[in-house]
Ligand binder design. Sequence first.
Ligand SMILES: Nc1ncnc2c1ncn2[C@@H]1O[C@H](COP(=O)(O)OP(=O)(O)OP(=O)(O)O)[C@@H](O)[C@H]1O
Ligand SMILES: Cc1ncsc1CCO
Ligand SMILES: [Mg+2]
Length: 243
Amino acid sequence: MDLMANTLLSAGASPAMLHTLEEIPDFTPLAHALCLNVGTLSAAWLPAMKLAADVAVRSGKPWVLDPVAAGASGFRLKACLELVELKPAVIRGNGSEIIALSKASVQPSKGVDSSHDSTDALEAAKALAQATGAIVAVSGAVDIVTDGNRVVGAHNGVAMLQKITATGCSVTALIAAFVAVDQSHTLEATAAALSVFGVASEIGMSMANGPASLRMHLIDSLHGLDENAVISRVKITSFCEEK
Ligand SMILES: Nc1ncnc2c1ncn2[C@@H]1O[C@H](COP(=O)(O)OP(=O)(O)OP(=O)(O)O)[C@@H](O)[C@H]1O
Ligand SMILES: Cc1ncsc1CCO
Ligand SMILES: [Mg+2]
């Protein structure tokens, strides 16, 4: 939650983190987008998540799902499948999470870390996007973004991000902020958010000595990013052209 909120502040967004069911009807309509993350899911939190998704949709606000460890337990998988029914604009997970969600099955799992490359989840991501109408993003060495038809690859990023907990969660939150800006270009906004986060990590890595200092420099670099750095460094391709 710390890294997610600080990622959003550094990028110029205004995060608010809540769990309480009673607050959702007042609070959620104020947001320009909602991010639901099941990372530390509890049975008590799930009704607030569902109500928040429902209020967001009724308020015309996009919402983004991070299905953390979706295939690691039956409870999590069922919760994620129920949330998917509530019409997220974007689903962003790692390869293992997207495969589990797409197949709707509990999978042999490392937990919250992926045991798959993003490319292993390409067909699962396309099927999930087609079945749900959501944009599906799979993070990894190349981030894949699809609407079930188009597929783009976002190439920026550094492998050390996997050694900082919640960088995936944070990029999902950044996707929500980007999608809030232009709901008519959800795929483009999703690819752009993944790319901007990746560029910030590359700049941060040039100053870092390991995961803890990368965490700090990542936030500083995101805060200091200018248009020139973004335009000169972002690499987004049509995924088919890479083959
Ligand atoms: N091998 C890699 N090379 C470069 N960047 C990577 C690599 N693997 C992941 N990333 C980047 O790291 C960030 C987090 O992605 P990851 O797939 O680790 O998410 P996650 O498993 O959901 O993480 P978490 O659960 O810790 O939030 C993304 O921005 C992604 O692009
Ligand atoms: C480590 C961890 N456990 C539950 S959520 C989370 C953050 C990475 O997904
Ligand atoms: Mg994750």
